[in-house]
Design a binder for this molecule. Sequence first.
Ligand SMILES: Nc1ncnc2c1ncn2[C@@H]1O[C@H](COP(=O)(O)OP(=O)(O)OP(=O)(O)O)[C@@H](O)[C@H]1O
Length: 267
Amino acid sequence: MFVAQQLTKTFGRGRRTVDAVKAVDFTVVEGDITTIVGESGSGKSTLARMVLGLLPITSGTLTFEGRDVTHLRGAARRAYWRDVQAVFQDPFAAFNQFFTVRRLLERSLRLLGDARDGRQRMEEALAHVGFAAADVLDRYPHELSGGQRQRVMIARALMMRPKVLVADEATSMLDASLRVNVLNVLTDLRDELDMTILFITHDIGQACYIADRVMVLEHGVLVEQGPAEDVIFRPQQEYTQRLLADVPKLHQLPDPGPAGSAAVAST
Ligand SMILES: Nc1ncnc2c1ncn2[C@@H]1O[C@H](COP(=O)(O)OP(=O)(O)OP(=O)(O)O)[C@@H](O)[C@H]1O
């Protein structure tokens, strides 16, 4: 679906440059969940934003379904965004707190222009993330849990009927039980709609949970990539081994205090 060759992003000029992504080569296969994993600052979001056409690419090439999409602009970029949709980390940021879910989704539908089947699209998209439209459309953001908000954001992306969903730390702000719920939504989308998903996370544990393929970024360099079972069970790089060594620590259950149980109860 995507082929990236020597994809590079350099921020700044002169001596004050940051090489955020350095000559990265990769392929994203249709119908796969491909996870980009790496520590904070490794260049994951920069890479995702280049793939989304949100950040100019310094050098290298990116193709989507065989077409060059390295430097898209204007109408071509808007057409690309119908095929390639994003879900970001903070579902709060995308919500206007005075808008119901219906109004939020209707505004997105208007971007489609001719949306005669809008209502059907909305209901279908909500069903894909496990909501009955009647249960959620008239709710305000504060009436939804973090996981529910993130599922609404995924539904909003799905209304465009994209071919690819880019999820950038889309589960990072959720507690463990809600996170699994959203990860399961993503695997269902792959299984039921054959959706191609690019999932960005700092947590290799989540990559273990959902990925078909894993790409490991270290300081902007793609140090390891391959089928998930190879990268996770037979990591070749010391950096990947180190990320994997942290998994049990990350997934230890926190002390279940009153706040923790309240968060789970509100799902
Ligand atoms: N607009 C920018 N201007 C200058 N440097 C930037 C800019 N955006 C990112 N960087 C730098 O590029 C590098 C990669 O950042 P990026 O946000 O892609 O990493 P990340 O792996 O997504 O990190 P995190 O998980 O913390 O979001 C970092 O050194 C960062 O400081």
